[in-house]
Design a protein around this ligand. Structure first.
Ligand code: NAD
Length: 357
């Protein structure tokens, strides 16, 4: 199989972790006879410094003409003072919008070797396997009117939560389809007791559920879900929710599994999928060779699975990560007693070695 991958390392630890994912993909390519070609593009702060904007046209064209996009992370203190439209994070919203990526899949799975790294008790977190399906192109991040307006006494900041029938139905469909391949349970998370947009959300999720009688549907308010995730996380299989709620809940689910540096994500919808770790650019640890590359390596595995249908190859990467952790290798964020502390590149070495290279 021949595939063209757009590689957008971005800022902070992005350029440190990206080479590890590329090495793993090259190792899988050699092992299983696939040809992956990697074309680099500028995004985020790096693109602002070079071109004045976070998502240059060349980068967008590269993404649109590739088979998939692998992204590191964007942002950092250097660009925080810029006006909103020119900030690095705008590049992510632009890519999601332009590529039609309406569904963000974020697995939060507990690796058994890491049960001790969670801030919760082992018996609470052991066996966690949650998939958060977050709506990505609608809701309050995109709704209009929005902005900051002058008032007689100061200013007024305004954002609008908007969801349409079509937007809710297509994300619900993704969630029910995913649940069919898993344990067959969907929790739909909303705030239907307060928000009209949530009232419609709940109504439409119930409508879509009629096509999936084999999947169980439960509804939960977002405040309760935030609490249940730390009280009894094993009750969740697939969690489907809005853009804003999903942004927050997926980070909470992530922390149950030990480190934000471990977790991948897939953004899908139209033809070209985008794959990135859920963490940001981690400016506090950038350039020190201590960042955990597992989140981006697992994102590369999701790319093989969701964009290229290479399920076996994706599982090989998952298993290489698992074995590396079982052998006791840890980056600083998941360090524990008796384990061998390794840097970003060394963690990449061990995972590549597990793949037989
Ligand atoms: P962050 O995820 O970058 O960092 C939060 C904490 O987790 C930090 O202590 C960091 O050191 C640690 N961490 C993150 N990834 C790690 C890894 N791979 N290995 C080890 N430790 C890791 O979030 P933040 O500090 O809120 O944001 C920093 C910058 O990243 C901001 O500019 C923010 O806007 C941006 N951001 C970008 C994305 C993205 O590109 N998708 C997502 C979130 C935040």
């Amino acid at each position: 199989m021949k595939k063209r991958i757009a590689v957008l390392p971005g800022d902070g630890i992005g350029p440190e972790i990206m080479p590890q994912a590329i090495r793993v993909l090259e190792a899988i390519g050699q092992k299983c006879d696939h040809q992956f070609t990697f074309t680099h593009g500028q995004v985020g702060g790096e693109a602002i410094d070079a071109r004045g904007i976070p998502l240059p046209t060349e980068t967008l064209s590269l993404a649109q003409s590739s088979d998939a996009v692998l992204l590191g992370a964007v942002g950092g203190p250097k660009w925080e003072g810029l006006e909103y439209e020119r900030r690095p994070e705008r590049a992510l919203l632009g890519l999601r919008e332009q590529l039609g990526l309406f569904a963000n899949l974020r697995p939060a799975k507990m690796y058994s070797a890491l049960v001790g790294s969670s801030s919760l008790k082992p018996e609470i977190v052991e066996g966690i396997d949650i998939l958060v399906v977050r709506e990505l192109t609608g809701g309050i991040y995109f709704g209009k009117p929005k902005g900051i307006e002058q008032t007689a006494t100061g200013h007024r900041g305004l954002n609008t939560e908007v969801y349409t029938t079509e937007e809710i139905r297509r994300i619900a469909d993704v969630a029910f389809q995913a649940a069919r391949k898993r344990r067959g349970l969907v929790h739909s998370i909303d705030k239907a007791n307060v928000l009209e947009s949530s009232e419609l959300w709940r109504r439409e999720v119930i409508n879509v559920h009629q096509n999936f009688p084999d999947v169980e549907l439960r509804h939960m308010y977002v405040d309760n879900c935030a609490m249940q995730l730390v009280r009894y996380p094993k009750q969740f299989d697939v969690v489907v929710t809005t853009n804003l709620f999903g942004d927050i809940l997926s980070d909470e689910a992530a922390m149950l599994t030990g480190s934000i540096g471990m977790l991948p994500s897939a953004s899908v919808g139209a033809t070209v999928g985008m794959f990135e770790p859920i963490h940001g650019s981690a400016p506090d640890i950038a350039g020190k060779n201590i960042a955990n590359p597992i989140g981006i390596i697992a994102s590369a595995a999701m790319m093989l699975c969701y964009s290229f249908e290479l399920t076996d190859e994706a599982e090989m990467i998952e298993s290489a990560i698992q074995k590396t952790l079982e052998q006791g290798y840890r980056t600083k964020d998941i360090e524990s007693q008796g384990c061998t502390l390794v840097g970003t590149a060394e963690m990449g070495d061990h995972i590549v070695k597990q793949l037989g290279h």
